[in-house]
Ligand binder design. Structure first.
Ligand SMILES: *Cc1c(COP(=O)(O)O)cnc(C)c1O
Length: 540
């Protein structure tokens, strides 16, 4: 058998060869193109795995195939819309009667009455919200009215015009300098060249710090494909910064204490790493990351370290003076290159005020944008906005100068004590556990026996507003001066809510627990992200 097949095979191969040989010139052209295309497909697949991880890539791939099945995409869209409608109906009133056009005849000063009416219909926030409003007491008196007056005095100013609104320019410089002094600018260890700017909020401060670090690292180390590494607990503003500024972001799980895991972060550092981030404390659980260890890492790899003091900036320096055990968190730690601190949170300034600080002018220079070829003239601007509201800068100055060190110390004492009482109260509820060891005034708690999101729904029905957290499922209260008089009321409502859920587990009508529960578990994070975007697209 074999002997008869072999010659035939040889013959076949010979004729195939002579057949193919006529295409040889073509093959010379086609082969490289085909291999180039195959290489590109492989490369982008590897890139995807590199960016999203194996699990997310596989899930994304399977989902894409799955959606090709007729009817599946339609079904998913319909289910998605149901969830969006649910979020909408519980979060937003109907838009009946909302204006969609300028009125023909203006209302004149009567407009103020209408505004008062509308304001009165807002849900009550006094003492009821986590974070949100940090100033204590009644909205029509005390620190509130002082800030209102300061703002209205400067309502029509714009620090873009440095030569005109000199008072506002001075306020801004002083607010920045006074904040820098809280974070070690006067200490020898800081190098004495701390500088910074005011921004519209924590997010803008973070955007600026990331942008400056990116361009500083490009100038210093010629990094052109920048990457940054942050703990899972770092604020979502870093995602925003990375999306806006084309930086690859690595979110690394936290350690057992819910702090930045320095060893895990080290593993992600490579030649493209521009910066790492530590929070003091992080928004979700109010826990301070090991800033000194992160600083050592930053120094040894010659990369930037941003410390997020958005929440802690106007509490930690005072808590330390009061004797609370606060680990180092500022420019006295070697390796810290920038800091963000929100005056509009615990600084008790009006909303729209935050500060970004740098260790030296070399780094900060990369924040500015200078334009030389515009027919509008030579232009240079420090932050994202061009024209800026001078009123809130004046309000921030008023807050800091009116309170002084003693004012902040007194307020810090009050909220630290309220936070301790809340921690104690939560510990006494056996169904609940506190996440980690809160360093400051944020207390996050979850449960192993009941659905904490159902507890949150009951609390919402009693008028409280807390944000649900994930990994693990929990809720937190960011304690402000508004809460000092209502600690017992809060703890009683919390106890009641836990008992209600324990007796009657399951979703309540209009509750969001099932959605939060499900959203945490859906493996296709792309789908959850689409849900969020659809929600926002419907909401505004
Ligand atoms: C609030 C906060 C931010 C963002 O600040 P916004 O003022 O909301 O833009 C960033 N990081 C932390 C830790 C925060 O608490």
């Amino acid at each position: 058998m074999e002997s008869s097949i072999l010659p035939t095979l040889i013959q076949l191969r010979a004729s195939a060869n002579s057949f193919l040989s006529q295409f040889e010139p073509l093959a010379i052209v086609v082969a490289p193109i085909v291999s180039f295309l195959v290489a590109r497909v492989l490369q982008s697949f590897i890139q995807l795995i590199h960016e999203k991880g194996v699990k997310a890539t596989v899930i994304g791939f399977v989902m894409t195939l799955f959606k090709l099945v007729p009817g599946v995409q339609k079904y998913i869209d319909a289910e998605k819309q149901k969830v969006v409608d649910k979020l909408q109906s519980s979060g937003k009133s109907s838009r009946d009667g909302w204006k969609t056009e300028l009125p023909n005849t203006g209302l004149g000063t009567k407009v103020l009455e209408q505004m008062k009416d509308l304001k009165q219909k807002d849900p009550a926030w006094q003492g009821k919200c986590s974070g949100t409003v940090y100033i204590g007491g009644n909205e029509s008196e005390g620190h509130f009215s002082l800030i209102n007056e300061a703002c209205s005095m400067f309502a029509h100013t714009n620090p873009l015009h440095l030569d005109v609104f000199k008072s506002v320019v001075r306020f801004e410089a002083e607010v920045v300098a006074m904040t820098g002094a809280l974070f070690g600018s006067k200490e020898k260890a800081s190098g004495g060249k701390i500088c910074g700017n005011m921004t519209s909020g924590g997010t803008e401060s973070i955007l600026m710090a990331v942008k400056s670090s990116r361009d500083y690292m490009r100038a210093k180390k010629n990094i052109t494909c920048p990457e940054m590494i942050i703990p899972e607990s770092a604020h979502s503003a870093y995602d925003k910064a990375c999306q806006y500024f084309k930086i690859k972001l690595w979110r690394v799980p936290v350690n057992k204490e819910f702090q930045a895991d320095v060893k895990a972060i080290r593993k992600y550092i490579n030649k493209n790493t521009i910066m790492i981030v530590g929070s003091a404390p992080g928004f979700p659980h109010g826990i301070i990351d090991p800033i000194e260890e992160l600083g050592e890492l930053a120094v040894s790899y010659r990369i930037c370290l941003h410390v997020d003091l958005c929440l802690g900036g106007f509490v930690l320096p005072f808590a330390r003076k009061l004797g609370y055990p606060i680990p180092p968190f500022d420019f006295t730690v070697q390796g810290v290159t920038s800091i963000s601190a929100d005056v509009h949170k615990y600084g008790l300034a009006p909303k729209g005020t935050s500060i970004v600080l740098y260790r030296n002018h070399d780094i900060r220079k990369h924040q500015f944008v200078a334009v030389t070829e515009w027919s509008g003239g030579l232009y240079v601007s420090p932050t994202i906005a061009g024209s800026r509201p001078g009123n809130v800068i004046a309000g921030a100055w008023a807050a800091m100068i009116s309170l002084g060190q003693e004012g902040y110390l007194e307020h810090t004492r009050e909220i630290m004590e309220a936070s301790k009482r809340i921690q104690q109260g939560v510990k006494e509820i056996p169904e609940l556990f506190i996440i980690g060891r809160p360093d400051m005034t944020i207390v996050a708690f979850g449960s192993n026996v009941i659905d904490i999101f159902e507890v949150n729904d009951i609390l919402s029905s009693k008028g409280w507003h807390f944000s649900p957290l994930q990994r693990p499922n929990s809720i937190h209260i960011c304690v402000t001066l508004q809460h000092v008089p209502v600690v017992d009321e809060f703890l009683n409502d919390l106890k009641d809510s836990v008992q209600t859920v324990k007796r009657n587990p399951g979703p309540i009508s209009g509750g969001l627990a099932p959605i939060y529960g499900a959203a945490g578990k859906i493996p296709d994070r792309g789908m959850v992200s689409e849900l969020l975007v659809d929600y926002m697209d419907n909401a505004c």
